[in-house]
Write a protein that binds this ligand. Structure first.
Ligand code: AQP
Length: 324
């Protein structure tokens, strides 16, 4: 039997380079490997866990699907769907919440970070985020999850829930592992933390043109102390280089050591390599924008296929928990 794979991205905005290199690249690699059956969703329900605008959500849940298709996710090879179309995820999350403690959820670093970011929105939905994520994965009995390194604590929760459910109710959930890409952690353009949709000035959009990318990369702060360590901005630039132009690392590393590093040359090399990676996606996106009926069809077909598989798991869990 083929091993199942699940991944998703929240519909909080258009995808950025971090989402692409940390998650979508892994999704593509597994989609193209015949040993796997891949399920990829637009995590629109997860969008409700932080403040959002209704009209923007409506727009973004489709835009993320278009970005997926532009990046090469293929409905002939993967089940591509919107999470909210498969109600069973929410139902399973509730069953899973019965084997998860409040204390455990409150101590997760991701929960604490988001509460710090949105102190007025410390909601139950936010607290439940990792439980819903466990349901997203385990409803397809997925053993492999292509996501960035920031999701590791959530995957640990998923494994704990799988173990609990298997022990208490005799289910056969796998303990899923993360599938890592070489872009598993893309730093912010500000030089602090990770590239993130919700942090202005931190990201490069997949739709940015060369000029915009060049401007953004040139804005990364690069001041270094003479003969000293690399600043966090410069470290971020070297991380970019490692992922998008690895053959250039040695050259720039050498000039840094010799004190001859030209920041503009480094930045422009990175910008051009990023644009070369994104250009084909941008061309494909234009074709998709001209064909909305095709996108509608992908969304409808994906929902149907995902619902069929999800319904089987939920029925099994209901039976094992005494609800049938
Ligand atoms: N900087 C990153 N480097 C590598 N991978 C990343 N991912 C996100 N940022 C980076 C990966 O992208 C996928 C989607 O993440 P998400 O669903 O958590 O989306 P998000 O929360 O909308 O991502 P952001 O950009 O961090 O948004 P905000 O600011 O809204 O929280 C995941 O696989 C994630 O690891």
């Amino acid at each position: 039997m083929k091993k199942r794979v699940l991944s998703g991205i929240r519909a909080t905005g258009r995808l950025h380079l971090g989402n692409y290199l940390g998650a979508v690249k892994g999704m593509l690699a597994l989609q193209d490997n015949p040993s796997y059956e891949t399920f990829y969703m637009v995590a629109d329900v997860h969008t409700l866990t932080t403040p959002y605008n209704i009209e923007e959500l409506r727009k973004n849940r489709r835009e993320v699907m278009v970005d997926y298709l532009a990046a090469g996710l293929d409905p002939q090879k993967s089940v591509l769907f919107q999470q909210s179309e498969v109600n069973a995820h929410i139902e399973l999350a509730f069953y899973f919440s019965s084997v998860t403690t409040i204390a455990k959820m409150q101590h997760l670093p991701t929960f604490k970070d988001k509460v710090k970011q949105y102190p007025e929105h410390a909601t139950m939905a936010l607290l439940n985020y990792p439980i819903l994520m466990a349901a997203d994965i385990l409803i397809y009995k997925a053993g492999l999850v292509p996501v960035g390194i920031d999701q590791e604590p959530h995957l640990e929760v998923t494994r704990e829930i799988a173990r609990r459910m298997n022990q208490e109710y005799g289910t056969d959930f796998p303990e899923p592992k993360r599938f890592a890409t070489k872009g598993e952690y893309i730093p912010s353009l500000t030089g602090e933390g990770k590239m993130s949709k919700s942090v202005e000035g931190s990201y490069i959009n997949l739709t940015d043109d060369l000029e915009t990318i060049r401007k953004k990369v040139r804005s990364v702060p690069t001041a270094t102390e003479a003969g000293g360590e690399k600043s966090s901005g410069l470290q971020a630039l070297f991380s970019f280089l490692q992922v998008v132009a690895p053959t250039q690392v040695q050259h720039f590393e050498q000039s840094f050591q010799q004190g001859t590093l030209q920041f503009v040359e480094l930045k422009d090399t990175i910008a051009e390599a990023i644009y070369a990676e994104l250009k084909p996606l941008q061309e494909k996106r234009k074709e998709l924008e001209a064909n909305p009926a095709y996108v509608d069809q992908v969304i409808a077909q994906g929902a149907q296929k995902a619902c069929e598989v999800a319904a089987l798991t939920v029925k099994e869990v209901r039976g094992k928990m005494g609800l049938l």
